[in-house]
Each structure stands twice: as structure tokens, then as C-alpha cells.
Design a protein. Structure first.
Length: 558
């Protein structure tokens, strides 16, 4: 128990004769004198009607508030924004996605700081809301936790379970004449049957898993599906738990440690998670003041077996992981593999090792393999460097067996040009598709290339081409793809020197990504390269472009 007063911050706002006007405002919207004498707990979420991912956040917030009141606190709810990656994918609007991560963190930080909350619960759903809320917790360093809103259940199309991944790939199948327009329409009607984040081990579920393993989310909470009635009980429990966290004086800095972050990275590697986790965990580490480099991700992934048979590379989805045993089962496997720092503290006040020991594995489950039968000996991603990416890039390894590709470059300045070439069937086996000018500053906003990668898969080229970009990939992307090429083209990166026909090699075993050009030729070409000028960029995104750093450091703004 901490000797910290429970109203250690909010008393500045609510106590004393000089605060009468502030209390008057709050009385007018329903807070009693008794309410204001209690600790004030912020409940921040991203409810919005533009997507299913965060659509249940208000319902969960009401239950979190119920738990806070039952445990002796006064909740104050606040809303921030969200951008749907899936809905904006392949459009200029996708530029706003990564930008929103910073704005979400900024907005929660500002409200919680200005209104002197004593503690904070953040509720997240879609890709950028999850790291954005944890970045805010790290910055504020007040007692708090993050509750993930949960995953959507699979849809059913012609007797088969489907996710949004199959819709993106069906666009390429339709373009190739492999399915009819009616089949595409039927699939889109069925693939997203309710509220919750995308069902596969895409970015949302990857980050939810990572943050539960990190310990900033309550153990066992994340994989409870969004529309499962048990999620409401989880939300009430989170409200009660934050009051325990406040009484204990437990702060995010005790949880977001180097050992905790290494656990989270290992969980991403073992689960075959999204390459976006590299960006987001680097960003969270920076906000928490924890030294973490991109090369540490590679070392951990190389030492961690891939055990989870999850989409996009595998067969199962998040609801299956929940039924198999959830994140605690993954913790147990990490512990058995010697990849878990068991003494790392969690928001529950117990160690991550204790939660691993409590895991209950469903008999006969096939989602999480045992150590004797890994899907792969090493984890789901690797970090490569070379004369194309001197500061590094991320290649996804889950879901395919390829580790080497050499071929001629097909170079495109921007996603739209590449997508047009794919749909026109201008990409052929052996090509290395190069999409540049999509980095954090050059995009601006570092768009995801799922529309292009899914179309390539749908056309049947997934096993015979490679794709590299200074942009990002969706967690739903699979195939031999390298993203986050750094430095990006707009900041003088060598990817700007590539031309059609240049031989590009991607060698995972050697950890290299190179173009067959001399240093002098690269320098000569870069001196002549002019990044495309983006017209009509919104003010908020233009600000971001001026402030954002390298993807190799988390694409943070400062």
C-alpha cells in the first residue's frame, strides 16, 4: 500500500474556497460534493461511428465507470479520435492513420494533465488507438491501465469462416478473373459481422497481445471478444483494478521497463504478429525513457520460435486464441522457451511469471503449438540492413518459407501507381516491387500497402515476387515483403536511387537488403532525385511531416 494520498492530483482542482467556481461548473453537470471529494479517474476512449473497431468503447466505458464507482472513485469520461486503417486503405485518407497515434496520445495527455486526474483507464480498439493510449500512459506516468476493446468474431461466407483479409485478397482475385463480382459482393457482406477489431493477428490484436504481455493491460483481458458478454465483466473489473493500482501507487514506469518490453517483443515474434509492432514498441519505449533499438527486435525474434497458427499466415483468429487459453497460454509458452522475464511487474501487482503459471490450456487446442512442434524455429520477423536500407527495415517471415529473393526492380513513386500496375497485370513473377515516397515524412503519414500486397496475393503472385517500401504494411499483409525502409526516400534514403531493372536482393539469413549498384552510382542518382510533391495535404498532416522522425526510431514527432 502506498502512502500517496488517493487524491494526489485532483485536489488542486477541487479543494479549497478558491476552487468554488470549478466545483460549481462540475455540480451543474451532476457531480455532487461527495463525488468531488473522491479520487478523479479519467476514462479515455476512441468511440467513433466510422468503424467497427472502436464501436463498443462507450459501452465498455460505462462498465469501467461502474467498477470505479464501486471501488470508491469518481470517473470522468473523455473521447478522442480514431482512424480506420482498413476503411481508408488505398486512399489518401490512409495518410492520417499513423498521424492519429500521436494525436491520440497528445489529446489524452492534455486532458489528463489539465484536469489533474488521479489515475487513468484508457480503452482502445483499432491499430493506432492501442499504442497511442499506452504512449499517453507512459508520458503521464500516473497510475493507470489500458483495456483493449476486443476482436470481432469471424464472418461466414459459403460455409467458411472469413475475415477482412479475404476481402482485400478477393479484390485481386476479381481483377484476375478468378471470382465474379457477385462473389465479391457476397464476401464483403459477410466478412465483418459486428463490432470489434480485425480478427487475425493483424496490428490491433498484435498490440493487444504485446501490451498484455508487457503488463499494462490486465492479464486475461485482451482476447475476450468484443461482443462476448464476458467483456462487460472484464470492463467492470478494470474499473475496480485501477483503484487498486491507485491505492498501491503503481505507475506505468514500473511496468514499461526494458524487461517488460523485451517480453512484449518476444510475444510478437512467437505469435507471428504485425511488423507495425516494431514502430509502436519503439515509440512506447521512447515515451517511457527506456533505451530500445531496432536491432534488439531482430535478436529476440531470432531466438524465439513461432508457435501461433494465426492469420494472416496461419489458420486461426483471435477468438480462437481466446478459446485456446488466451494470452496467458502464450505467456506459458514464452516461459517454457526461456524467453520470458518472469519477474517483470504487471498492472495487477503480480509478476508476469505468476500469470503464466495460471494459464489454462484448452485440451486439444491447435492454435498455440508446443515447443516440440514449432511452426518455425525462429520468430515472425527480421531486421535487415544494406545499401537500400542503411538504417534498417523490417521483413515479415510468418506465413511463408522464403528467405532469399533476387530480381529486377519495378519502381513506383506512391501506392496508387503501384496498384494501377498490379490491376493492369504489369507485375510478373520475379519482380521486386518498390513503392517509395510513402515514409513518415514523404507520404506523409507512412501509409500501409495492404491494398497492393493483397491484390498481388489475390492474383497468385505472392510466392514469386517481393515488395519493398518506405511505407508500412498492414498486419494482414503476408508474403515476402520488407517495410519501414530507412532512411526514407524523402529524407535522402537510397531507395530514392532505385530505377526499373536494377537488381535487388533480399537475403534474410545474411540480414541484407541491397541493390547491385556502386556507392558512387547511388550518390549520383540521389543527387538528382526529387521526391514527389504531394498536393492538398491537410494542415495536421503537414505539421506531422515537419516534426516526424525516422521509422527506425518509431516515427515519433518531436
Amino acid at each position: 500500500m502506498s502512502d500517496l494520498p488517493l487524491k494526489h492530483r485532483s485536489r488542486v482542482l477541487t479543494e479549497g474556497p478558491e476552487r468554488a467556481a470549478a466545483r460549481a461548473y462540475l455540480h451543474g453537470i451532476g457531480y455532487s460534493a461527495e463525488d468531488l471529494a473522491k479520487p478523479i479517474i479519467g476514462v479515455a476512449h476512441s468511440w467513433i461511428e466510422t468503424m467497427p473497431c472502436n464501436f463498443n468503447n462507450r459501452v465498455l466505458a460505462a462498465k469501467v465507470k461502474e467498477g470505479i464507482r464501486a471501488a470508491g472513485g469518481t470517473p470522468m469520461e473523455l473521447n478522442t479520435i480514431a482512424i480506420s486503417d482498413g476503411i481508408t486503405m488505398g486512399t489518401p485518407g490512409m495518410r492520417a492513420s499513423l498521424v492519429s497515434r500521436e494525436l491520440i496520445a497528445d489529446s489524452i495527455e492534455l486532458v489528463a494533465s489539465a484536469h489533474c486526474f488521479d489515475a487513468l483507464v484508457t480503452i482502445s480498439g483499432c491499430d493506432k488507438t492501442i499504442p497511442g493510449t499506452v504512449m499517453a500512459l507512459a508520458r503521464l506516468n500516473i497510475p493507470g491501465l489500458m483495456l483493449y476493446g476486443g476482436s470481432i468474431k469471424p464472418g461466414c461466407y459459403r460455409g467458411q469462416e472469413v475475415t477482412i483479409q479475404q476481402v482485400f485478397e478477393a479484390v485481386g482475385q476479381f481483377a484476375a478473373g478468378r471470382i465474379t463480382e457477385q462473389q465479391l459482393h457476397e464476401l464483403e457482406e459477410a466478412a465483418s459481422p459486428g463490432a470489434g477489431a480485425c480478427g487475425g493477428q493483424f496490428t490491433a490484436n498484435t498490440m493487444a497481445v504485446a501490451f498484455e504481455v508487457l503488463g499494462i493491460s490486465p492479464s486475461g483481458s485482451s482476447m475476450v471478444p468484443a461482443e462476448d458478454s464476458r467483456k462487460l465483466d472484464v470492463a467492470v473489473g478494470a474499473g475496480k483494478l485501477v483503484m487498486e493500482v491507485l491505492r498501491a501507487g503503481r505507475r506505468p514506469s514500473e511496468i514499461i521497463t526494458k524487461r517488460g518490453l523485451e517480453n512484449a517483443i518476444a510475444a510478437v515474434a512467437m505469435s507471428g504478429g504485425s511488423t507495425n509492432a516494431v514502430l509502436h514498441l519503439l515509440a512506447v519505449a521512447h515515451e517511457a525513457g527506456v533505451p530500445l533499438s531496432i536491432d534488439e527486435f531482430d535478436a529476440i525474434s531470432e531466438a524465439t520460435p513461432l508457435l501461433c497458427d494465426l492469420q494472416p499466415g496461419g489458420r486461426y483468429v483471435a477468438t480462437d486464441l481466446y478459446e485456446a487459453g488466451g494470452v496467458p497460454l502464450l505467456l506459458r509458452r514464452l516461459s517454457e522457451a526461456g524467453m520470458l522475464h518472469r519477474d517483470a511487474m504487471t498492472v495487477t501487482g503480480r509478476t508476469v511469471g505468476e500469470h503464466a503459471d495460471e494459464a489454462v490450456e484448452t485440451e486439444g487446442q491447435r492454435v498455440v503449438h508446443d515447443l516440440a512442434h514449432p511452426l518455425k524455429r525462429t520468430g515472425g520477423f527480421a531486421i535487415l540492413r544494406g545499401n537500400v536500407a542503411p538504417d534498417g527495415c523490417v521483413v515479415k517471415l510468418a506465413g511463408h518459407e522464403r528467405r532469399l529473393h533476387r530480381g529486377p526492380a519495378r519502381v513506383f513513386d506512391g501506392e496508387e501507381a503501384a496498384m494501377a500496375a498490379v490491376l493492369a497485370k504489369e507485375i510478373v513473377a520475379g519482380d521486386v516491387v518498390v513503392i517509395r515516397g510513402e515514409g513518415p515524412a514523404g507520404g506523409p503519414g507512412m501509409r500501409e500497402m495492404l491494398a497492393v500486397t493483397a491484390a498481388l496475393i489475390g492474383e497468385g503472385l505472392g510466392e514469386s515476387i517481393a515488395l519493398i517500401t518506405d511505407g508500412r504494411f498492414s498486419g494482414a499483409t503476408h508474403g515476402f515483403m520488407a517495410a519501414h525502409i530507412a532512411p526514407e526516400a524523402a529524407r535522402g534514403g537510397p531507395i530514392g536511387a532505385l530505377r526499373d531493372g536494377d537488381e535487388v536482393s533480399i537475403d534474410v539469413d545474411a540480414r541484407r537488403i541491397d541493390v547491385n549498384l556502386s556507392e558512387q552510382e547511388i550518390a549520383t542518382r540521389l543527387a538528382r532525385y526529387e521526391p514527389p510533391v504531394r498536393e492538398g495535404i491537410e494542415v495536421a498532416i503537414a505539421k506531422y511531416a515537419k516534426l516526424v522522425g525516422s521509422a527506425s526510431e518509431g516515427a515519433l514527432t518531436r
